[in-house]
Design a binder for this molecule. Structure first.
Ligand SMILES: Nc1nc2c(c(=O)[nH]1)N[C@H]1C(S)=C(S)[C@@H](COP(=O)(O)O)O[C@H]1N2
Ligand SMILES: [Mo]
Length: 427
């Protein structure tokens, strides 16, 4: 399903999406509605307070998603949308084809693109707590630009059997935009880490679905050792543009290689912890795996769950689009990307005979550590009929993507099952 241009439930969509709706809510005079719609509203006085005109709610759904193309919306409150594989063919994922994952509601500051009074606080286990404006970040630390994969920890969840709760992402909760910002390690050096510092805790100002401003939407983090490697950045731009409302305006952290839940959007505080961070969605079953393999469907005690850190080796076929017709006995280029949480993709293989034989694909070097890598292979389909291209990446430790879902876990994370597309060969 493409983005629904005619949302039917203005109550559930309005607040999140419509600047017009907000304008409407702020007004009290009856003449305001007509002015906002640009036409007379003969029965305006009959409109009960609290009912949002459908026209305004619709306009807002489009407000937020209007720059997105071809995404599959999994839910609208919170807003979650993934990308069909063939739309992920670019080396640098453009805005229009980057998935969206919200745990709560987009904050007002992001909707308004208002960063006037934005500060980032660095506190906790540091010698000199910092309160930095965006200009401070830009001017006091070296600026870096790099292509970094972000992938939702739940990407691939839809393939687990038995199914697990959460968004049923297939393959498209991943992308590799180019981010500009500063190294978190540089900022932490300026703050001076105490010996007791072991973990980061990320905070933002998004709004809980309940509307309760006291409730945290999500607050995750990463080990100090990971972020001090220098690849983790605090970004203010994506693909050369200021961050958008959906992707974290005005600041977000990017922890490459980790589930993207660690990459807090709308970032306003990093609390340096003396223990593993225990903010919202860091504990319980959230973004955690059993410490040992379990049979599908097992109920695992909370004390046996550990935080998901490096994402597994993975690849995607981005060309051709699944279902494409090609000619038998002629070379067909297939291609895609490969990436790995440890940043060490080693080889890439494809099979067109359901995994009986594998052919090595060429693998281009990464533009920088944690960028996804282009792979290409020319395949020839021997006669007319139905084929599948199976894609399998292998990391530097010799670990390959499995043909079936990897070991099951209660919330369906880290599924790196081989991606498959269909090809139909004509005589
Ligand atoms: N503030 C905030 N940051 C967040 C989230 C969120 O809901 N709020 N979701 C996280 C999750 S689970 C993912 S997968 C990524 C999604 O990033 P994107 O929407 O820019 O693709 O953002 C992460 N950062
Ligand atoms: Mo996620």
């Amino acid at each position: 399903m493409l983005v629904d241009p005619n949302p039917t439930d203005p109550q559930s969509r309005g607040d999140q999406y419509s600047s017009s709706r907000r304008a409407f809510m702020k007004t009290t005079g009856l003449t305001a509605l007509g002015a906002l719609l640009g036409m007379a509203v003969p029965f305006e006085r009959n409109l009960p307070a609290g009912i949002i005109p459908v026209a305004l709610a619709q306009d807002t759904g489009m407000d937020l998603m209007s720059g997105k193309k071809g995404l599959v919306v999994l839910g609208d409150r919170p807003l979650n949308a993934e990308v069909p594989a063939h739309l992920l063919d670019d080396d640098i994922t453009p805005y229009e084809h980057l998935f969206v994952r919200m745990n709560g509601l987009v904050p007002q500051t992001a909707l308004d693109q208002n960063a006037e009074n934005w500060t980032l606080t660095i506190d906790g286990e540091v010698e000199n707590p910092l309160e930095l404006t965006i200009d401070d970040l830009k001017s006091r630390f070296e600026n870096v630009t790099s292509r970094l994969v972000i992938e939702c920890g739940g990407n691939g969840r839809a393939f687990f059997q038995p199914g697990t709760s959460g968004n049923q992402w297939t393959v498209g909760a991943v992308g590799c935009p180019e981010w500009t910002g500063v190294r978190l390690s540089d900022v932490l050096k300026e703050a001076g880490l105490k010996k007791t510092a072991v973990y980061t805790g990320h905070y933002s100002n998004d709004v809980h679905l309940s509307g309760d401003e006291e409730k945290e939407v999500i607050s995750r983090g990463a080990p100090i050792a990971k972020v001090m490697e220098g690849d983790t950045i605090i970004a203010w731009a994506m693909n050369g543009e200021p961050l958008s409302a959906l992707h974290g305006f005005p600041l977000r952290v990017i922890v490459p290689g980790y589930p993207a839940s660690a990459s807090q959007k709308y970032l306003n505080r990093i609390w340096i912890r003396d223990k593993e961070h225990d903010g919202a969605k860091m504990t319980g079953d959230s973004y955690r795996l059993p410490a040992y393999p379990v049979a599908p469907g097992t109920e695992v005690p909370e004390s046996d769950m550990v935080v998901l850190t490096n994402m597994p080796i993975k690849s995607i076929v981005t060309f051709p689009e699944t279902g494409t017709e090609v000619k038998a006995r002629e070379q067909v280029e297939v291609r895609g990307h490969a990436w790995c949480g440890k940043g060490n993709v080693a080889t890439m293989h494809v099979s067109v005979d359901f995994g009986q034989t594998w052919q090595e694909a060429t693998l281009e070097p990464a533009a920088n550590r944690f960028a996804w890598q282009r792979w290409r292979a020319n395949v020839t389909l021997p006669q007319h009929g139905y084929y599948e291209v199976w894609a399998r990446a292998t990391d530097g430790d010799g670990i390959s993507q499995p043909p079936l879902s990897p070991v099951w876990n209660p919330r369906g994370y880290a599924n790196n099952i081989q991606h498959r597309i269909a090809l139909v060969a004509t005589a």
